[in-house]
Every structure is written in structure tokens, then in C-alpha cells.
Design a protein around this ligand. Structure first.
Ligand code: MLT
Length: 411
């Protein structure tokens, strides 16, 4: 008899963005003439930069001839991309990495979802609340969550680090023992950031407590302010305690193309049952070489083109475009007297719903009255109840139209 993985029964509802898509589709089928503006899932809308297109086209042409054809590539990624990453994303920030510390993949969602596999099944995980749901759900699937408590809307065995207006959406250090801590900065969904001094507290804590920080910096390209670290490795000692996840999805329009990378430093250790030190890098390498056949050559060539002088200029223009959208949303909603957060160093705007509406009530109101799709804060965790997320990834025209529509609502 084929038995299912019972842990899956602990998952709550459907994946957040699938649920939103479902409600959107239903609304459209009932209101076929509605001009929907989607500021829900963080999916980009600008075309790929020219340099990326050239990189992709050239790579496709290479595959047309036996002389330059490529079959399976290295599971960890091609050196041309890894070296460009090290040179441009890290060396420029004073961080040195070796090529065996960077693992190219087809997306950060997969990497942040898969990374938990290499750690013990009884690891205690800590997440920020609100949180990108993949961190939680991947651990639920692996059996680390314990039962779901319907009163608190939280899992019994997960440690939640509440981020709210009182702590300016910056979590306190855990007060109980944890093994793995997921941090995301610039933060999805709140759009908030930590300063170097604030991030250093986490690195120091992880060192003292022998835990590992899983640092998702998918949105680092959107940082505008100086004192905001772009990589956790800018903090002294972080290589001993942190894995970093980066993505081209939002930076370079790769949500459909798919390319990302994960840094696992050779200094990073975890422990076996007998307390012996193990290199996390070796385990991740083992995992990837077994279960992943590498990101396609064509895609990696497209990603490498981002690091050319033209590529960097084009990416900067893309980031400026989205960050100008963020400003339009932030200023538009603030002018209505709404409490608005984020949107300064991140493409997400986090707002307090008006009149104490629940997150889903506000979702329904925006959808039915303004034909705008956003993301209910509670979908990111209980601490997100009464909040709502809008993304800056729409077109300028749609972003401005959305703000005008919201201004006309009675809030
Ligand atoms: C989001 O909207 O939070 C992200 O686009 C989801 C993702 O990157 O998987």
C-alpha cells in the first residue's frame, strides 16, 4: 500500500500565491470586463534587458553546432558565471569567495525550500513572522513543524520571531534554543531592512549558539541606502554561520527564465550526532549533484551578461524603474493617511489596512471595488494579520492607475 508523507497533511490551505491566483481567476470569470491590475505576487513586468537577450541568443546559437554544443553542465554552475558573481557581487563589497562556495541554481525558491534537507530532522527552526511561506512549508513537509494550532495560527514546534510596528518590523533574538534561523533582508513581505550593526547581532548570536542563519537576500539589488548590508558576509564572522541566497528573478527579469545562486562558505560547520564538525558545503554539494542537473547553459549565459558594463547599466535602470513605482505607491498611500512601510530599499510596500479590516477583507475590497490584486499580510503569518502587501513590479502606468483607484475608494 502506497502511503503518503503524513507531514503534508499538516500544511495549511493552498500555497498563498496559488490561493490568490484562484480568487483572481474566479473574480475575472464573474466580471469579464474588469481591468485587473496585479500587484500581488512579486512577478516582474519589464522585458529582459538587451544584454541578457544577446547573451541568451548567442548561447542558443552555440548549441546549433557540434563544435560548441553543450550537454550536461556542472551541477554547481559554469565557472564563467560563478567567477562573475564572485567578482561583481562580492569582491566589490570586500567579500572574498572561492568558486566552490557558489552554487548556481534555477531559483531561490527551490534553494530555500531544499536547504533544510541537509539538516537534522529534529532541528528547531526560527522564522520571522510575517514570513515568505516557503521557509515554513518546506519544514512542515519535512516533519519539523509539529501540529498546527488553529487558535494561534502557528505550528507548535516552529519558533516565530514576530515583526510588527512596535519593533519596527525587526525581530528580537530568540529566547529559546533554535538551530536554524531564516532571515530575509531586504524583507519580503515588509520591505524593511537591517543595518550592519543590527545584522551583526544575529551573526554574533549564531556564533555563540552554534546555529546557522539562512539569509535570503533575493532583493539586495533594490537597496538604496548606504548603511544597509547587501550581503551577510559584509559582517565579520558571517561565513562561519550563514548561507546566503540570491536571485536574478527580480533584479534582471528572470522570474520566467529562472536563475539564482546560493553561497555556502567552506568555513560553515554543522554537527553530526556525535558532535563532530561537518562541512555544510560538502553536504549541499552532495545534495545538488544527486538531485539537480544544473541550470541550463543558455540561462547561465544570459545571467552572466548582467555583469557586462552594458548589462550593469541596464539592470540599474530596471531597478530604478521599479523603485520609482515603489515611491509612487508609498507616497500615494501615505497621502491618504495610511500607515505605509518598506518601499525604500525593497520593491514591496507593506501597509496597515484601514479601519481594522482583516487582510483578506481588504483583499476582497480592493479586488471588488478597485480591481486590484494584492497580497493579504496574514498569508505570510499571523503577525501579518491586518496588513497588506503591494509590489512595485507592475508597469508605471498600472502602478499609477492603481494608486488613483485606491484614492477613489472610501477607506
Ligand atoms: C513573492 O511575491 O513573494 C515572490 O514573488 C514569490 C517568489 O519569489 O516565489
Amino acid at each position: 500500500m502506497a502511503k503518503i508523507n503524513q507531514n503534508y497533511l499538516q500544511l495549511q490551505g493552498s500555497y498563498l500565491f496559488s490561493e490568490i491566483a484562484k480568487r483572481r481567476t474566479k473574480f475575472i470569470s464573474e466580471n469579464p470586463n474588469a481591468q485587473i491590475i496585479s500587484l500581488g505576487i512579486g512577478d516582474v513586468t519589464r522585458a529582459l534587458p538587451q544584454s541578457v537577450l544577446t547573451g541568451l541568443h548567442n548561447a542558443v546559437d552555440e548549441l546549433a553546432s557540434e563544435k560548441s554544443f553543450r550537454g550536461y553542465g556542472p551541477e554547481q554552475g559554469y565557472d564563467f558565471l560563478i567567477n562573475a558573481i564572485i567578482e561583481h557581487d562580492y569582491k566589490t563589497r570586500g567579500v572574498t569567495l572561492n568558486s566552490n562556495e557558489v552554487f548556481v541554481s534555477d531559483g531561490s525558491k527551490c534553494d530555500v525550500g531544499n536547504i533544510q534537507e541537509i539538516f537534522s530532522g529534529d532541528s528547531i527552526i526560527a522564522v520571522q513572522d510575517p514570513v515568505y511561506p516557503v521557509y515554513v512549508d518546506s519544514n512542515v513537509m519535512a516533519g519539523r513543524s509539529g501540529n498546527y494550532n488553529k487558535e494561534t495560527n502557528r505550528y507548535d514546534n516552529i519558533v516565530y520571531l514576530t515583526c510588527n510596528q512596535e519593533n519596527n518590523f525587526k525581530p528580537e533574538l530568540p529566547t529559546q534554543k533554535v538551530d536554524l534561523i531564516y532571515l530575509c533582508y531586504p524583507n519580503n513581505p515588509t520591505g524593511m531592512t537591517l543595518t550592519k550593526a543590527e545584522l551583526k547581532k544575529w551573526v554574533d548570536y549564531a556564533k555563540e549558539n552554534k546555529c546557522i542563519l539562512l539569509f535570503d537576500s533575493a532583493y539586495e539589488a533594490f537597496i538604496q541606502e548606504d548603511d544597509v548590508p547587501r550581503s551577510i558576509y559584509e559582517i565579520e564572522g558571517a561565513k562561519e554561520v550563514a548561507i546566503e541566497f540570491r536571485s536574478y528573478s527580480k533584479t534582471a527579469g528572470f522570474t520566467g527564465v529562472r536563475c539564482a545562486y546560493t553561497v555556502v562558505p567552506r568555513e560553515l560547520k554543522a554537527y553530526d550526532e556525535d558532535g563532530n564538525e561537518m562541512l555544510v558545503n560538502d553536504l549541499w554539494n552532495r545534495r545538488q549533484t544527486t538531485k539537480f542537473n544544473g541550470c541550463s547553459y543558455v540561462t547561465q549565459k544570459g545571467a552572466a551578461a548582467i555583469y557586462t558594463p552594458e548589462g550593469r547599466e541596464q539592470i540599474a535602470a530596471l531597478v530604478d524603474y521599479y523603485m520609482s513605482n515603489a515611491k509612487v505607491i508609498r507616497e500615494g498611500l501615505s497621502s491618504l493617511g495610511l500607515s505605509v512601510f518598506g518601499g525604500v530599499n525593497a520593491p514591496y510596500i507593506w501597509l496597515k489596512t484601514p479601519n481594522n479590516l482583516s487582510s483578506w477583507e481588504f483583499f476582497d475590497k480592493l479586488l471588488s471595488e478597485a480591481h486590484i490584486v494584492g497580497t493579504p499580510g496574514v498569508g505570510f503569518g499571523q503577525a501579518g494579520q491586518g496588513y497588506f502587501r503591494l509590489t512595485a513590479f507592475g508597469s508605471r502606468e498600472n502602478t499609477e492607475a492603481a494608486v488613483e483607484r485606491i484614492k477613489k475608494l472610501s477607506l
